[in-house]
Design a protein around this ligand. Structure first.
Ligand SMILES: C[N+](C)(C)CCCC[C@H](N)C(=O)O
Length: 263
């Protein structure tokens, strides 16, 4: 199995993340809170995404990354491979994403004199205490919503990227850096806009049960969120998600493409 896609995915995901982290945290408080942990985790998750995507395309079309410029795969194949990558990366992402959401939502000032100690002292402590209080399955809270969020939207991600690249690249040539940046940026936006409704639900599922259990499952969470807050709830954060998505994914795709061309 070709492994360079996994390696390129690993590095490019980390680079994209450094750029996106301030956007990711500005929704909440504390700008650079917990930067090292997401870098390590997104590198792993992005490597699974790009590695599985590329190897699925290889299985579907019998072409390697290099051959795909001269024999471009159909968009259906791109979509299926993207969904497969999205589905598998969701399981790697789930515990990391849960810890991120729990830590970012913890806005009490750290270690204030006289104040109550924070529930989680950092990513490791957060993981250990979820494991202790909620069991190993607790680390996968919200994983189902995350899978539903990521499977189709990562199909959309790679299709958008391919459509835009092909639009602006003469046949048989590699896309220019500018094209890769723009196509990657819009792929990120398209994917995040369509993922936002389930992103809202996913985060609620991940925070559920800390005080008391509010939702029975994904559907119940959707229904009661809409009832209480109206359909606008599904677009909460869509602007900040898109603003973050453009630079993160422009850099992710640019570094991915270049690492593979040099490799
Ligand atoms: C599918 N969904 C839109 C949720 C994620 C897209 C992942 C792409 C990139 N790692 C990023 O964080 O933007």
């Amino acid at each position: 199995m070709p492994v360079e896609e996994f390696v390129a995915g690993w590095i490019s995901g980390a680079l994209g993340l450094v750029l996106g982290h301030p956007f990711d945290t500005v929704k909440l408080l504390g700008f650079f809170k917990g930067m090292s942990f997401p870098i390590a985790s997104i590198a792993l998750v992005n490597s699974v995404l790009f590695g599985v995507y590329s190897n699925s395309l290889l299985a579907l079309t019998a072409t390697s990354h290099q051959e795909r410029r001269t024999q471009p795969p159909s968009y259906t194949h791109v979509f299926i491979a993207g969904c497969t990558g999205g589905f598998l990366q969701a399981y790697f992402l789930a515990p990391f994403d849960l810890i991120k959401v729990r830590l970012q939502n913890q806005t009490e000032p750290r270690g204030q004199l006289g104040g109550p100690p924070p529930r989680y002292r950092g990513p490791m402590h957060c993981a250990a205490s979820i494991f202790q209080k909620e069991g190993p399955r607790g680390l996968f809270r919200g994983a189902w919503a995350l899978t539903l969020r990521d499977t189709p939207t990562l199909g959309i991600y790679f299709v958008t990227y391919e459509v835009l690249c092909r639009q602006y690249t003469p046949e048989g040539q590699n896309p220019s850096s500018a094209t890769v940046l723009v196509a990657g940026g819009f792929a990120g936006i398209a994917s995040w806009v369509t993922a936002t409704p389930l992103d809202v639900i996913k985060s609620r599922m991940q925070m559920d049960g800390l005080k008391r259990r509010a939702y029975q499952g994904v559907l119940d969470c959707m229904v009661s969120s809409v009832r209480q807050e109206g359909p606008g709830v599904f677009f909460r954060g869509v602007t900040i998600n898109s603003a973050r998505a453009f630079p993160v994914n422009a850099v992710t795709f640019l570094s991915y493409e270049y690492l593979l061309r040099w490799g």
